[in-house]
Design a protein around this ligand. Structure first.
Ligand SMILES: Nc1ncnc2c1ncn2[C@@H]1O[C@H](COP(=O)(O)OP(=O)(O)O)[C@@H](O)[C@H]1O
Ligand SMILES: [Mg+2]
Length: 242
């Protein structure tokens, strides 16, 4: 499989802390690549650097579909098909659910009106977000529905590569099953997925390959079952709630 995303030497420091340190790897077109690692190992920062939301890297290259994007604007990156979600539910609280989706669709794709509504409906159906919630204020939604809304918003922007940052955090078991099934469904529609997750069984269930970070660096990458047997990976997780 050809690479859809190639990352080379990506680095970001906050003062003396190197949050992402010379990270290099490639994502194959069509795969689900899981990302694990203890808290603070740089996983979310890696997504920031790829999407440039809210900031880019100090150095290194990000190549998406053969084009350098590490100095492109966040909007250009999104428009080219790289869409991220956030670890915490990130919705515009003052807007209705449907307006959350429509604002993102207009900002990223420049599409409004009927076509934007069609994309919103299609994305809602795909992730299972109930359309009868569309006109409710996003802020009144329970966490699970805010997560669904965040995912519907991402999907409506027509991602080729979806960066999911702990989509299962703070969800209960049957909701985690929704996350698993939805990730698989989205992947089957042709979306390549990078998945950061703390829920290891979920990560193991859906990932074709698993990348493990520790203190800003990639310490393992490969077959999930093999990677989780590596000594360095087990040690990185010691004392960590996984
Ligand atoms: N905006 C920021 N300013 C300063 N330090 C940050 C910032 N974002 C992340 N960090 C630090 O970078 C490290 C990696 O954080 P993060 O990428 O959120 O880790 P993870 O997602 O793996 O838990 C942590 O030590 C964190 O405190
Ligand atoms: Mg994080």
């Amino acid at each position: 499989m050809p690479a859809i995303l190639e990352i080379d030497g990506l680095t970001k420091s906050f003062g003396a802390l190197v949050a992402v340190n010379q990270v290099s790897f490639a994502v194959e077109k069509g795969e689900i690549l899981g990302i694990a690692g203890p808290n603070g190992s740089g996983k979310s920062t890696l997504f920031n650097l790829i999407s440039r939301i809210p900031f880019g890297s100090d150095s290194g290259r990000v190549v998406f579909e053969g084009r350098r994007i590490e100095r492109a604007s966040d909007n250009q990156i999104a428009r080219s098909g790289v869409i991220r979600t956030f670890q915490r539910e990130a919705v515009f609280a003052s807007l209705s659910c449907i307006d959350n989706i429509l604002v993102a669709v207009e900002q990223t794709l420049g599409v409004r009106g009927k076509e934007a509504e069609r994309l919103a409906d299609e994305a809602s159906d795909l992730v299972g977000f109930p359309k009868n919630f569309h006109n409710m204020p996003a802020v009144t939604m329970p966490v699970f529905y805010q997560k669904q809304l965040m995912l519907a918003t991402a999907v409506a922007q027509k991602p080729k590569l979806l960066l999911l940052d702990e989509p299962a955090s703070s969800l209960v078991e049957n909701e985690v099953e929704w996350v698993r099934d939805t990730i698989i469904k989205l992947n089957q529609t042709g979306i390549t997925i990078l998945l950061i997750e703390h829920v290891l069984p979920l990560l193991m269930a859906v990932s074709r390959r698993l990348l493990v970070m520790e203190q800003g660096s990639v310490i393992a990458l490969g077959n999930p079952a093999e990677v989780t047997r590596e000594k360095q990976v087990i040690e990185a997780y010691l004392g960590q709630p996984v």
